[in-house]
Design a protein around this ligand. Structure first.
Ligand code: FAD
Length: 513
């Protein structure tokens, strides 16, 4: 249908009734169950998949995912320690409750509300709290993200159950229908808060300001953790869901002789256009149909044997300052539910193969982030260059407006990045300009540095039990351990890890079973 027709419930009903062969005047109920945009032809079309009935009610949509299962009382049940309250940790906690186990979630950062002040300090005073920032705190890196819930890892778990759980805790039910669902930064904190309240109501614990500094091991078995304050927290099993920015956790594992491995990742820049340019590129019109969302794009190009691709594209978004230390500059992107900011940003990143030693990958990331901090004036301001200037290797004498809240500083980003990265970016951006007419423009900005696309480290685990091969009872999971790349896949991995841990606890309680 045209975007205008697809936005009109009566026209959708009539079209669905006709398509289903119903007669005019039949009492027909219609429910949209899938909605996607097709912008390939001259006219943008909205594709709808609908359920139609002329026999009374449509069956209730399946709700509410893990939320109902997690309504049990687990106060007197055995405990599992979950380190990290990101999507992996929170969904692991819900899955523990659903399986009759008490989750004790330990989070180094603050709750979503207190965290807001620390985010403001990054923008206004260029001060980064190493325990409370865009990556650390309640809800993890997902809380102040775009909340895009599209995932390709549908084989790794029940995507629909994750989405239904989000809806049960307050996300817009449209996410169950949209082909590219998205919650929005303004809505996510409320959803996360309700999730935590449900965990606590069921008898679980969620502790903030609780940074785990050591794993407590006895004879190669994880028995709990020790916090940075020295306090011990015990549990039957430990789920490690600390995200890709917790470098101190990788150091902790190395120090304790627990194996970690190198993993490939990707680094590059964030490119920001005026949204109107991306709308023009995708919809081929300078005035977007009000029924269409701000346009997004995906792009990929191979250069010298390595992929260069668009990552975490945020239409109508803001470039986020995602450093976790004072002396680094890190970009990422978010957007509000309405995606109504005048800019479109996307990471454009180059694949980096695994380093020889796992911590070498971390050091490589850190060196780039530190160089961006130096180039930005040793504050959270980010070095930036106009897009065409970047591809031609020349300085930008002025910069256009940019959404990055701490501000940008003109710098030769093409010289800041290591040559194998800069040259590939230059070639790929030029190719993107050929496939998306209007994309390669000096009205767009290249902002450095996009370095936290995924973890440079994998924490190994057994494919079946999901336990670390060196430490029984330790479940490395989520993005930091290298098993997820985004909110939904991290949530699914948290659920899987919790289910394995709970099954072992259940078998210990009743060995005959
Ligand atoms: C700005 C931004 C935008 C993003 N946009 C999207 C998007 O639109 N869609 C999408 O799918 N993904 C997005 N992502 C990525 C997504 O947020 C992550 O993939 C996801 O949050 C990973 O989940 P996780 O639970 O594995 O780890 P995390 O979310 O990183 O959570 C780990 C948690 O562990 C805590 N922790 C770390 N170390 C310790 C310790 N020693 N003790 C106690 N706690 C600890 C951290 O504070 C953190 O809260 C975005 C990320 C950012 C930063």
């Amino acid at each position: 249908m045209s975007p205008a027709d697809a936005a009109d419930a009566e026209r959708v009903r009539a079209a669905a009734a006709t398509a289903a062969g119903c007669r005019r005047g039949d009492a027909v109920l219609v429910r949209v169950d899938r909605r996607s945009l097709d912008a390939r032809g001259r006219q943008v079309r909205v594709r709808l998949r609908v359920e139609v009935t002329d026999e009374g009610d449509l069956p209730d949509a399946e709700l509410p995912g893990l939320a109902r299962a997690a309504e049990r009382d687990v106060r007197r049940r055995p405990a599992v320690v979950i380190v990290g309250a990101g999507p992996a940790g929170l969904f692991a906690a819900l899955a523990c409750i659903a399986n009759g186990v008490r989750p004790v979630v330990l989070e180094r950062g603050k709750d979503v509300r207190a965290r807001r002040k620390d985010l403001a300090a990054i923008t206004q005073r260029h001060v980064v709290d190493p325990d409370s920032n865009y990556c650390f705190g309640e809800g993890g890196a997902g809380t102040y993200s775009d909340g895009k819930l599209y995932t390709r890892s549908s084989k790794r778990g029940d995507v629909a159950a994750i989405l239904r759980t989000f809806v049960a805790y307050g996300a817009d039910p449209d996410i169950l229908v949209d082909a590219h669902p998205h919650i929005g930064t303004n809505k996510l904190p409320g959803v996360i808060t309700k999730m935590r309240e449900a965990i606590v109501d069921a008898g679980g614990e969620v502790r903030f300001g609780a940074r785990v500094a050591d794993l407590e091991l006895a004879d190669g078995v994880a028995r709990g953790v020790r916090l940075s304050t020295g306090e011990e927290v015990r549990g039957e099993r430990v789920i490690l869901a600390t995200g890709h920015s917790a470098r101190d956790v990788f150091e902790m594992l190395e120090r304790q002789g627990i194996a970690i491995e190198s993993k490939g990742f990707a680094v590059g820049v964030r490119v920001e256009h005026p949204q109107s340019i991306i709308d023009m590129v995708r919809y081929r019109t300078s005035v977007r149909d009000p029924h269409l969302p701000p346009a997004s794009y995906s792009a990929v190009h191979q250069v010298d044997g390595r992929g260069v691709y668009a990552f975490c594209m945020c239409p109508g978004g803001i470039i986020a300052p995602c450093a976790t230390r004072q002396d680094e500059v890190v970009t990422n992107g978010w957007s509000p539910s309405k995606r109504n900011n005048p800019f479109a940003n996307s990471g454009i990143v180059v694949e980096v193969p695994p380093h020889d030693a796992p911590m070498d990958g971390v050091r490589f990331q850190l060196a780039l982030e530190h160089a961006a901090w130096e180039a930005g004036g040793r504050r959270q301001s980010a070095p930036a260059q106009r897009l065409v200037d970047f591809t031609l290797g020349r300085a930008s004498s002025s910069l256009p407006a940019c959404s990055y809240p701490p501000g940008v500083v003109s710098h030769r980003v093409d010289q800041l990045l290591p040559p194998p990265i800069a040259t590939r970016l230059r070639a790929a951006l030029t190719a993107f300009g050929r496939s998306m007419r209007g994309y390669l423009t000096n009205d767009a900005l290249v902002v450095a540095v996009e370095s936290r696309t995924s973890s440079p480290v994998r924490v190994p685990r057994d494919a079946e039990t999901l336990e670390h091969p060196d430490v029984s009872g330790l479940y490395p999971c989520g993005e930091g351990a290298g098993y997820a790349g985004g909110i939904v896949s991290a949530a699914m991995d948290g659920v899987r890890s919790a289910e394995r841990a709970c099954a072992v606890i259940a078998s210990l309680a009743s060995p005959a079973a």
